[in-house]
Design a protein around this ligand. Structure first.
Ligand SMILES: C[S@@+](CC[C@H](N)C(=O)[O-])C[C@H]1O[C@@H](n2cnc3c(N)ncnc32)[C@H](O)[C@@H]1O
Ligand code: SF4
Length: 431
């Protein structure tokens, strides 16, 4: 329960995010996404809410729920709620264990075995357990499962379960519907941002995947926030969800095995390192500002130097903490010998390991994956320069379940940016 005491203030309404950016704008992309996200709560969606994202795309949530959604509450929030209904705080712990504790996972009041009758009656009158519903599970040839969940407002999110070797199974969770960051190689980025997920919607992906798939794929050992969305753009809900995941009476994942991956929102990254003991991954993907400004426009706001210097400083005070750098290899764009040499230099002084990721193609993308032999050469150069470096195989790509392939086809809204002149030939494009 160690993190709870720091974050028990609860606003008491359900809020939707403000419009984050307009695709009509003459500014070619993003910028205002950098405003801090507003909180979602695990309280009922009692009001009509609407929000607008780009190109006249308006969505609305209306709900008749009069019950409180218990999932996604922090433990102190749950305790307070239980007490407000006249029950002892001890009942809250019993309930908490039934919501999250291994092997129980209550989905509705009937599942709440062992609780006293009155308490159960109160819960059936006042509490809601259902967060979203299962839409579909697709299984890829390599055993990777892509799970589609339908949210209350009709939107769909994707969660991926990846059986790995040595008894490890990794769950890849989404933190937003779509993403505002517009990384040029990522299918989710092409959707633009629809909305943040609530803490309940994030945690429930883990609860559901465990219930559904443990028998088939073995127990889920690792969680990575590498699904749809930029987790640190939705930092309040992500930290809250991660806290529930690592809670010793909750989902009981080891903090080292829960990894939040970011494109590099520097102030939020700093906050994450201070407030969470979970692991951090940073998607680097380029070794110069020129290339990163293009393929990851967030770099125009937070330059490589600032990002890396922040990590250097922040990690100094974190004992035994290693950041994971992800580097998606794009042929002719970021895979030259010069890139390898620069990469060795720019990560110096940061306790880290580097994952080289094969680019997963998707419709409309400009890029080509770096060939396997070149990835191996690149890996060897980095290793020769003293880096801890790994090649990461693509998983689930035949079902569009691999990194950067999540999202709804036909929902493209974010613009492709101008390709810098020196890359046009390699990419076979004129603009
Ligand atoms: C989809 S992102 C989600 C987490 C976070 N938004 C981020 O960028 O780190 C997870 C990882 O997928 C990588 N990625 C995105 N598109 C990809 C693609 N088409 N092929 C391979 N990896 C991709 C990103 O660079 C990132 O390291
Ligand atoms: S790579 Fe991450 S930050 Fe970039 S668009 Fe995709 S999900 Fe968003």
């Amino acid at each position: 329960m160690r993190n709870w005491m720091r974050r028990i203030a609860i606003p008491n309404s359900t809020l939707l995010p403000k419009p984050l950016f307009s695709f009509n704008s003459t500014t070619p992309f993003l910028i205002s996404f950098l405003t801090p996200p507003r909180l979602f709560l695990s309280t009922p969606l009692s009001s009509q809410c609407s929000s607008h994202f780009g190109d006249g795309d308006t969505f609305a949530i209306s709900s008749n729920h009069s019950k409180v959604l218990l999932k996604g509450m922090s433990y102190p929030e749950l305790q307070k709620w239980v007490q407000s209904h006249g029950y002892r705080p001890g009942q809250a712990m019993m309930l908490w264990k039934r919501i999250y504790g291994n092997s129980i996972w209550a989905q509705h009041t009937d599942d709440l075995e062992g609780l006293n009758k009155d308490f159960k009656k109160m819960l059936s009158e006042n509490a809601e357990f259902k967060v979203f519903s299962l839409k579909e599970i697709r299984t890829a040839a390599d055993g990777t499962r892509k799970i589609l969940f339908a949210l209350d407002d009709g939107m769909v999110i994707e969660t991926v379960v990846i059986p790995c070797d040595r008894g490890r199974t990794t769950l890849c969770v989404s933190s937003q519907v779509g993403c505002a960051m517009n990384c040029q190689f990522c299918f989710t980025g092409r959707m633009g941002l629809r909305r943040h997920l609530t803490a309940a919607e994030i945690v429930e992906q883990a609860v559901f995947a465990r219930r559904l798939l443990t028998n088939e794929v073995g127990s889920i050992t690792n969680v990575v926030f590498m699904g749809m969305g930029e987790p640190l753009h939705n930092i309040d809900n992500v930290i809250k969800a991660a806290d529930i995941m690592v809670d010793e009476q909750g989902l009981q994942f080891s903090p080292r095995k829960v990894t939040v991956s970011t494109s590099g929102l520097v102030p939020q990254l700093r906050r994450f390192l201070h407030e969470s003991n979970c692991s951090l991954a940073v998607s680097l993907n380029a070794t110069t500002d020129e290339v990163r400004n293009w393929i990851m426009p967030i770099n125009r706001k937070y330059k490589l130097d600032l990002l890396l210097q922040t990590l250097r400083e922040e990690l100094r005070s974190k004992h035994n903490y290693i950041v994971l750098f992800e580097y998606v290899m794009l042929e002719g764009v970021n895979d030259s010998d010069e890139d390898a040499k620069r990469l060795i230099e720019i990560v110096k002084g940061i306790p880290c390991k580097i994952n080289l990721i094969s680019f997963n193609p998707h419709s409309g993308s400009l890029f080509k994956p770096t060939k396997d032999e070149r990835m191996i050469e690149f890996r060897n150069m980095l290793a020769g320069g003293g880096c801890k470096v790994f090649l990461r195989l693509s998983r689930g790509d035949d079902q569009m379940a691999a990194c950067g392939q999540l999202g709804k086809p036909g929902t493209i809204q974010a613009p492709l940016l101008r390709v810098p002149e020196q890359f046009r030939m390699a990419l076979g494009t004129k603009t």
